[in-house]
Design a protein around this ligand. Structure first.
Ligand SMILES: [Zn+2]
Length: 585
């Protein structure tokens, strides 16, 4: 049987070719593919020539797909291959986890409060936790910490938006938990702590409690019997106390050098008739505070490594007292430094306020540093990931700029995006004396002819051989009469006159050498009949109006392309209302 008729073999070649393409920015090479196939199926060695021909055949199809299509196919058909690659990548980059050998399986978690969308400020916690779990073949948990229905009130829309952001970042969640589903569990441990005399229900006025603990003096509640506290606890649950009248505290060391650690509050009453929880309404009135819920869950969900900002150091100290009471061992905690991004605006409350006040168009407003906003601008998840992994988990503070992120993104986009001409603030240019019809074939990518080309006809009319182009206002303003300019990839012209809104020129020559000799400016152009209106939304939310070459009709939402001499943009709406978002230069 001819190899070409063997469907199983064809499918295997397709797989190997696609994996190779995805590893090499969309361009698969025949040599390594044949090598891999011969390694996997030794019987093929006698038919190497026929195999190479078949591989070439399938390769042209695979290389004809866009990088995105290639990645999608691989992710859908062979997701296990992607998982392995990612973990290999991570292991190379991340420092080894401390105590890794102590645990049978590494378990990490990301635990957001669904009171806002995620932004770059969360990137470190998410990506490091996920990458470490992947690198060690472990488990990555998403835990919604939604136990404050009053002040940091969760909202239903954010649970899904957060899931979507993680998905976009490529951080696959192995298990998901929602703390508002787990209140009976927290109650059970609260009772255990009370019964064992390791916690108490404090009914003191907060100010008086504070004045005493600062002097290391126990409040009057602390030394009452466990049965008295269990009774108070039942009162808390049944409504015997109003909001603010009682709080359960975990016993610590009243002489602890940090007064903020001393007998920290673990559960409090919230009037859920007034402040119903978006998921469970008024079902519960006693809600755990952060250290109680997070502390219990880390143990109960088997978290082995907590990767979090160093602002949580004191919380770790608080929780260790509870762990001791329960006879548990505290997980390994890694505290990384603060990651600041200059110019990025990372306050959740200000983001929400700005949206409510109509200052921002939504969570994806280009001025914001939310994942939704950077995604809309064509910043890739891979760039965010690479940047965070390079920064790592060191405790020192790190300040990055948008430009750092752009440079990671540019490296990723440069080889995989198609090029098109876009002319902002179009200015009319009439070129005379064009000697013939030019059928301009412009490469979609200057270094990769395989990506194909776009075509435009420069068809001079009349005895003067005139053709009309759009050029940018800026290029028009810089043009000087008598000076040579090169229309990129087309021909050279000499400016003959310059007037308000109109520039005239005559054909000079074709060769690029002439342009180099004359140090001519290279400018992008669009034949006026071959253009379509195009808007670009800029990072400051302003809009640049212009025209794009008509080949841009083929672009679909979410495509990212480079507008030459302008920048990378993501297509938000396809033609005829072509609208794009600006990523960066
Ligand atoms: Zn008290």
């Amino acid at each position: 049987m001819a190899l070409g008729n063997d469907n199983e073999l064809r499918e295997l070649i397709r797989k190997v070719a696609l994996l190779n393409a995805v590893q090499h920015c969309g361009k698969a090479q025949v040599g390594p593919i044949v090598g891999k196939l011969l390694g996997e199926v030794p019987d093929l060695r006698s038919k190497a020539k026929e195999l190479t021909a078949l591989v070439n055949n399938i390769l042209s199809e695979v290389n004809g797909l866009s990088f995105e299509e290639q990645k999608d196919t691989v992710e859908q058909k062979w997701p296990e291959t992607q998982k392995k690659e990612k973990s290999e990548e991570a292991e190379k980059k991340l420092l080894p986890l401390p105590n890794a050998s102590k645990y049978p399986q590494i378990v990490t978690r990301f635990s957001p409060n669904p009171d806002c969308v995620l932004h770059l400020g969360s990137a470190r916690a998410i990506i490091l936790s996920h990458e470490y779990a992947q690198a060690y073949n472990g488990k990555f948990i998403l835990r919604f910490e939604d136990t404050d229905p009053k002040v940091k009130r969760p909202s239903l829309i954010f649970y899904d938006k957060i899931r979507k952001d993680l998905n976009w970042l490529g951080c696959k969640v192995d298990e998901e938990y929602i703390q508002s589903d787990r209140l009976p569990i927290y109650y059970e441990y609260a009772e255990r702590l009370l019964r064992d005399g390791n916690a108490y229900v404090c009914t003191c006025i907060p100010e008086e409690f504070k004045n005493k603990t600062i002097k290391s003096i126990p409040c009057p509640c602390r030394n009452l019997s466990p049965s008295e506290h269990l009774e108070r606890w039942r009162q808390m649950l049944s409504g015997g106390y109003a909001e603010g009248q009682a709080v359960m505290r975990v016993k610590t060391d009243l002489c602890h050098p940090n007064p903020a650690v001393r007998d920290w509050p673990a559960l409090r009453i919230i009037d859920t008739a007034k402040f119903p929880h978006p998921r469970v309404g008024s079902k519960y009135r006693v809600w755990p505070l952060y250290n109680m819920a997070a502390g219990l869950d880390d143990h109960l969900l088997g978290v082995t490594h907590i990767i979090r900002g160093k602002e949580h150091l004191t919380n770790g100290v608080r929780q260790e007292f509870m762990y001791k009471h329960l006879g548990w061992e505290y997980p390994t905690a890694i505290h990384y430094g603060r990651l600041k991004i200059t110019g990025a605006f990372l306050s959740k409350s200000k983001i929400i306020q700005g949206i409510n006040d109509g200052i921002y168009s939504g969570f994806d407003d280009p001025r914001l540093a939310t994942f939704a906003a950077i995604r809309k601008r064509g910043i890739t998840a891979a760039a965010v990931k690479k940047m965070i992994i390079d920064v790592g988990s060191k405790p020192a503070d790190v300040t990055l700029s948008w430009e750092n992120l752009f440079s990671y993104n540019r490296k990723i986009l440069d080889s995989i995006t198609d090029r098109y001409f876009f002319v902002s603030e179009p200015f009319r240019l009439a070129v005379k004396a064009i000697p013939r019809v030019f059928n301009a074939k412009l490469l979609l990518h200057p270094d990769n002819a395989q990506r194909g080309y776009r075509q435009t006809l420069v068809n001079p009319i009349g005895k003067d051989g005139v053709c009309s182009f759009w050029v940018t206002k800026k290029d028009a303003e810089l043009a000087e009469v008598g000076v040579m300019v090169r229309l990129m990839e087309l021909f050279n012209i000499k400016i003959t006159s310059k007037a308000e809104k109109r520039l005239e020129a005559s054909f000079a020559s074709e060769s690029y050498q002439d342009a180099r000799g004359a140090k001519a400016r290279l400018i992008q152009w669009i034949v006026t009949e071959d253009s379509l209106p195009c808007k670009v939304v800029m990072p400051d939310a302003s809009t640049v109006e212009g025209v794009a070459e008509s080949a841009c009709k083929r672009l679909k939402p979410d495509d990212v392309v480079q507008f030459e001499r302008f920048g990378f943009v993501r297509i938000d709406e396809a033609a005829p209302n072509l609208t794009t978002y600006y990523a960066h230069k």
